[in-house]
Design a binder for this molecule. Structure first.
Ligand code: EPS
Length: 374
């Protein structure tokens, strides 16, 4: 089993993570992790913090000559802005943020002590853990990508694009959207919200291809792969809903239109021509691509603040205003890739054994031979 914890405050010295349970024999390069950290920083609508930070990982433990040994991997990313002790006290709680419930729960007098840890800056740690997990998945031909399908009211049309075109177009768009017309409109929407001191949410899609059939299980509720993936994606700051494949559209469709018919030929084995299930049936992967959509609410820090209350005086006040993003949906997609990679790596280790990469590959090969004979 993979386990991991993150530590670090948004303006503390270092963002950290300890990843336990990775098999031995996997090559990891800091540059691979840095590439995903860089992608997380991009996106039209991000705030000024991203211009200050460098977000480069240091691998503190778990590798010898760039190869895992089976021991815990410690990852650290230093914050350039580590002004936590000099930052002013915050008293006016932001609606939509952890501010108010956080000070009440932890008996704190300064909202700063809540927001420093509640901040989505924490996702730096998760993206670095996810990049290590992606390297493991790549050994088995599993690839993960994300793209933005909606920002504000603007929706992208990407249904006819295959995986490779989706990825190459999304990576070139300032909002990581594969529909170039929608991409332009999303940027305009972000400009508009910026001018009005407002913020925007949206929807991102995660796709994993090359996943073998049979990860997860129907035999127990907490082993269902869609449950584990949902938990992971819902744990991303500001994510408010998750769906798989045709998702909420299924509510208005008949069974005959939803379920993916099954075919077989000698070369391909069992296959489908549609993927409304999003690659999962009965708590298990089907072998088709896993497709998840997640909705992110608008960022809670508004430059034109909403009404609130001063937690010390209890007087009516405007919510705290400080440096933030207008829209972080493109970055959230990169974070989504990371948490999806962590869950899939975990499911692979569970099924194929997690002590060494060699053992995993042997077991994986044996399983592929076995299912070919069915
Ligand atoms: C973030 C860093 C933060 C915010 C953002 C995400 O930096 P700062 O607070 O110094 O501007 O830009 O966090 C939030 C939107 C939030 O609500 O906490 C990052 O690295 O992703």
């Amino acid at each position: 089993m993979i386990r991991y914890l993150t530590g670090g405050e948004s303006h503390g010295r270092t963002m950290t993570a300890i990843l336990d349970g990775m098999p031995s024999g996997l090559s990891i390069k800091e540059s691979t992790i840095n590439n995903d950290l860089y992608r997380r920083m991009l996106g039209y609508g991000r705030g000024k913090r991203m211009k200050i930070e460098a977000d480069k990982v240091q691998i503190i433990s778990g590798l010898r000559r760039s190869v895992t040994m089976g021991s815990p991997i410690t990852l650290a990313i230093n914050n350039v802005d580590h002004s936590i002790d000099r930052l002013p006290v915050v008293l006016n709680a932001r609606p939509g943020h952890a501010d108010l419930s956080g000070v009440m729960k932890y008996d704190l007098k300064d909202i700063r002590s809540v927001l420093e840890r509640a901040s989505a800056r924490e996702t730096v740690s998760r993206v670095s853990v996810g990049a290590v997990c992606k390297a493991l998945l790549a050994e088995f031909g599993i690839e993960i990508a994300s793209h933005v399908v909606a920002i504000g009211g603007v929706e992208a049309q990407t249904k006819d694009l295959g995986f490779d075109r989706l990825v190459s177009k999304a990576e070139r768009s300032p909002v990581r959207c594969a529909d170039s017309d929608a991409s332009g409109l999303m940027c305009a929407e972000i400009d508009d919200a910026t001018e009005e001191g407002d913020t925007l949410g949206g929807v991102f899609e995660l796709i994993a291809r090359g996943v073998p059939v049979g990860l997860g299980s129907y035999t127990q509720w907490d082993r269902r792969i869609e449950a584990r993936l949902s938990y992971a994606v819902m744990s991303i700051q500001a994510v408010r809903g998750v769906s798989f494949g045709a998702g909420f559209e299924m509510a208005g469709m008949r069974g005959s239109m939803v379920h993916d018919e099954i075919f077989h030929d000698k070369k391909r084995g069992f296959y489908r021509t549609t993927n409304n299930a999003g690659g999962i049936e009965g708590g298990m992967t089907t072998g088709e691509a896993i497709v998840i959509q997640a909705v992110m609410k608008p960022i809670a820090t508004l430059m034109s603040p909403l009404s609130s209350v001063n937690i010390r005086t209890k007087a009516k006040a405007l919510a705290n205003v400080e440096r933030s993003d207008v829209c972080a949906v493109p970055a959230a997609g990169v974070v989504g890739e990371a948490v999806m990679a962590i869950e899939l790596a975990n499911a692979m280790i569970e099924k194929f054994g997690g002590d060494s990469l060699r053992e995993m590959k042997r077991n994986y090969g044996g399983y592929l031979d076995q299912i070919k004979k069915i």
